[in-house]
Write a protein that binds this ligand. Structure first.
Ligand code: ADP
Ligand code: MG
Length: 401
């Protein structure tokens, strides 16, 4: 893997950096600037080497199958303009912004850069060809730079034009490519979970859907000693074992798969649950703890106290932990306990290397004040899962060479 410090003679060179500025926005304001902060070391290094830095990122989704009006609205909603402003504040310098995502206007802006200047290009997904890895678009973007740095870990599992086509093209043209500091750090930490040479190694999986995480369960079953399952996905497993799950979410088409996974003997399931008769927070509802079967009309919202003890026991023994997915509906305070206790137990185990690979899990750890105590909190939920699934390979990183 070429790293950024292997790039030489950067003075006056245009370096295209694919960053992950896919930040949560609300009414045009940035709700969490973590991803911008995470890109700073790479940007600062390039500036210290007197490069001309051109930043590219996607933001949100734009569906070109929708009407022209809807596409226009999606573009307006997903503008990177506020990110340019925030980045300027963080770097304490002017950050130029290109509204154009290709063509003469963009080319002229890039050519007008002086060394040590930064230009952020508008959302790459304004271009229809981005997600299709369109070769013409990749060629045009590649022609703008003298080299390429991949620092968008959260997008490294996608072979799009800005993550894959551009570095592929640059390599063909003999231009240098490298990964940035953020990607380097992510790969180092997640590689431990991929290599799985430290034991006991446990995974804690929660969150909503089994089907989203099927491939990762399969590969984790090969690598880990145990998988603790909480969250909504636990009910699909419990149902597969013939337990009553009330109105809890369940994926009926995954029952056979769940049963097969359970038969490996590595899966630890909840033995009790905090349940409610109504999901909605504001409503007049019953909340109680039940053991074993969940009664009809009730839905499981979090793991119960006995399960917390069971999980804590396993967590305390582990030397390596990968966590993806909250154990309950942590957005509602009545159902936070399981997720908080999991955070607490993991971070109290000082002998283990702990990794969070999931957007909501990372948000939960931050909300409850444990984020800084984990060994590594990945900036890419989907990317970290795919990295484990694909035995350490991601298209946007492999292409760098
Ligand atoms: P991550 O982003 O960490 O990968 P997911 O996106 O898979 O996690 O899942 C997070 C969501 O799962 C949260 O919004 C949480 O409310 C939901 N969830 C967890 N447990 C339950 C449950 N028992 N019932 C319904 N939703 C749940
Ligand atoms: Mg999520």
């Amino acid at each position: 893997m070429n790293t950024i410090e292997q790039l030489k003679n950067l003075s006056d060179k245009v370096i295209i950096v694919r960053v992950d500025f896919n930040v949560p926005l609300k009414d045009g304001a940035i709700r969490d600037d973590n991803r911008i902060v995470a890109a700073l070391p790479t940007i600062k290094y390039l500036l210290s080497q007197h490069a001309k830095v051109v930043l590219m990122s996607h933001l949100g989704k734009i569906d070109f199958k929708k009407t022209e009006e809807e596409v226009k609205a999606a573009k307006a909603k997903n503008t990177l303009k506020p990110v340019a402003v925030r980045l300027g504040e963080l770097l304490n310098m002017e950050v130029k912004f290109s509204e154009a995502t290709r063509g003469e206007e963009l080319k002229n802006l890039v050519h007008s850069l002086k060394d040590g200047e930064v230009l952020l290009v508008q959302n790459t997904r304004y271009e229809k060809g981005e997600t299709k890895n369109d070769p013409e678009l990749s060629k045009e973007w590649a022609s703008l730079g003298d080299g390429f740095v991949m620092d968008a870990f959260g997008s490294a599992h996608r072979a799009h034009a800005s993550t894959f086509g551009v570095p592929e093209e640059m390599k063909k043209e003999g231009k240098p490519t490298a990964v940035g500091y953020l990607v380097e750090k992510e790969v180092k930490s997640l590689s431990r979970c991929v290599k799985a040479d430290v034991h006991p190694y446990i995974a804690i999986l929660g969150g909503f859907k089994v089907s989203d995480k099927i491939k990762v369960i399969e590969s984790l079953l090969k690598k880990t000693d145990k998988i603790l399952i909480g969250g909504a996905m636990a009910y699909t497993f419990l149902k597969a074992l013939g337990k009553g799950i009330g109105t809890s979410p369940c994926e009926l088409d995954q029952l056979d798969y769940a049963k097969k996974c359970y038969e490996t003997g590595k899966i630890v399931l909840p033995v009790d649950a905090v349940v409610t008769d109504k999901f909605d927070e504001g409503s007049d509802r019953v909340i109680k703890t039940v053991e074993g079967n969940i009664p009809d009309g009730f839905e499981g919202m979090d793991i119960g106290p006995k399960t917390i003890e069971l999980f804590k026991n396993e967590i305390a023994k582990a030397k390596l932990i990968f966590w993806n997915g909250p154990t309950g509906v942590f957005e509602q305070k009545e159902f936070q306990t399981g997720t908080i206790e999991v955070c607490k137990a993991i971070t109290e185990n000082k002998d283990c290397f702990s990794v969070i690979g999931g957007g909501d899990s990372a948000a939960a750890a931050k909300q409850f004040g444990y984020k800084d105590k984990f060994s590594h909190v990945s900036t890419g939920g989907g990317a970290s899962l795919e990295m484990i699934e694909n035995d350490g390979h991601l298209p946007g990183i492999d292409v760098i060479g």
